[in-house]
Design a protein around this ligand. Structure first.
Ligand code: SF4
Length: 427
């Protein structure tokens, strides 16, 4: 009997070896996204309807951050709820009532579904509609699922943003063509991009999510959107259903990715080559200077990606093309062929991309390859470190501003740090 998971493998149009694996997975659930999303929409609150396990997960993921008044919490379902002995909807209404009375600054409340709420089939979208009606006009209530049954870690952001799309106002009739940047970015990164777009003469430029619940951008036929993150398949679909058009681009990671991403907007908005060059050259120069010292540390290092954040393919492209690293294997939970086409075209021919996961098989391959650096989730890092392999936690790539020219050096440093630490330990 073959104990290994079924595998299909083929070579794609870019000469990459694509394997699809199914089996045991080791990935966080979509609740994790709350840890970076709650910092983005400043008057939103995330209420997880879940168990003590869910509460622990978010607390430990957000563990290093101490908030006087955090903008997330868990409404814990106990055994009576799970056994159907209590009316969960009444209890939820009471919890939400107490929350908004105590926190009048909340303007947007997300009810976030979990594995337990899904198992007992608690209908959070109906609960959100009911609560929205009773709390209007002060608080808007939306829902999405962050459950581990339905989502992996970055898909929580996708589900959250997709739930916002129906709330976006329609653009005005005869609206001028606008640019929408989609995906949660650190405010500092957003400000840098806004400045570059303005120097190129592109406008209006808007961001989803907006920093305030009442300022969500309009959308319609004249909206051109750029994905800032590669894990937003449902959000993209929802935007297209409202008439928006995606600009095909690589993702703004590293100097090359950032230039390609900005260029996609420049081409769509008819920016001249001279103006594009003038707007991007200073940032590009700063990025190249910041990257140079890390190239010596990362060149020819063999890197192995476990599937986790869906950032793996753009990161692999950055490490291989700008840092000279060698890609042993690039795992990704899902491979959105359309959104990642520009990225895959830049990877070295023959790169092995593994979509999905069969944990044991992948661990075997990693052990056999003994890469210089393994990028993986928290759960795998400790065992691999114990076996003498240097690791990088993929979750750090979500918590750290890494997009754009001025963050390119920080991005390289994140990968160089475990190698430097290991060298010091060896010394
Ligand atoms: Fe665990 Fe599911 Fe709760 Fe995530 S949603 S913490 S996978 S029980």
């Amino acid at each position: 009997m073959n104990a290994h998971a079924p595998v299909t493998a083929f070579e794609n149009e870019h000469g990459l070896e694509i394997r699809q694996e199914r089996g045991q997975r080791a990935v966080f659930c979509g609740l994790t996204g709350i840890v970076w999303l709650h910092r983005k929409i400043q008057d939103a609150f995330f209420l997880v309807v879940g168990s003590r396990t869910c509460a622990h997960l978010i607390q430990s993921a957000a563990g290093v951050m101490i908030f006087a008044e955090p903008r997330f919490a868990t409404a814990i379902m106990d055994e009576r709820d799970l056994a159907g002995l209590a009316d969960m909807n009444d209890e939820l209404d009471a919890v939400v009532g107490r929350l908004v009375a105590r926190r009048p600054e909340i303007k947007l409340l997300f009810l976030v579904g979990s594995c337990p709420s899904e198992v007992i089939k608690l209908d959070l979208s109906r609960a959100a509609q009911r609560l929205s009606r009773s709390l209007a006009p002060d608080v808007r209530v939306l829902s999405y699922s962050g459950s581990g049954i339905e989502t992996t870690f970055t898909q929580g952001e996708d589900a959250c943003l997709a739930s916002l799309v129906p709330e976006m106002p329609a653009e005005a009739a005869n609206a001028e063509t606008s640019l929408l940047v989609v995906g949660a970015l650190a405010d500092v990164v957003e400000d840098q991009f806004a400045r570059i777009f303005s120097e190129m003469g592109i406008g209006p430029v808007r961001f989803l999510p907006a920093r305030r619940a009442g300022a969500m951008p309009p959308v319609g036929e004249n909206t051109r959107y750029l994905l800032a993150q590669p894990f937003l398949a449902d959000t993209a679909r929802a935007l297209e259903e409202r008439g928006a058009t995606r600009l095909a681009a690589p993702f703004p990671l590293g100097a090359e990715g950032t230039t390609g991403w900005l260029k996609a907007a420049a081409e769509a908005f008819g920016v001249s080559a001279g103006r594009f060059e003038a707007a991007t050259a200073p940032g590009l120069r700063r990025a190249e200077q910041a990257l140079a010292p890390y190239r010596a540390m990362l060149a020819q290092r063999r890197i192995f990606f476990f599937p986790d954040s869906q950032l793996e393919i753009p990161l692999a492209r950055f490490l291989s093309r700008e840092m000279g690293a060698e890609l042993v294997e690039v795992g990704t939970p899902y491979l959105h062929r359309g959104h990642l086409d520009r990225e895959m075209a830049l990877l070295p021919r023959g790169t092995r991309i593994v979509e999905g996961q069969s944990l044991d098989d992948q661990m075997d391959r990693c052990r056999q390859a003994r890469p210089d650096l393994t990028v993986c989730g928290l759960g795998l890092a400790n065992p691999l470190e114990a076996e003498g392999l240097a690791t990088k936690w993929s979750i750090e790539l979500l918590f750290t501003p890494i997009q754009g020219y001025d963050q390119a050096g920080d991005l390289a440093e994140l990968f160089a740090r475990p190698l430097v630490r290991r060298t010091r330990l060896e010394v």
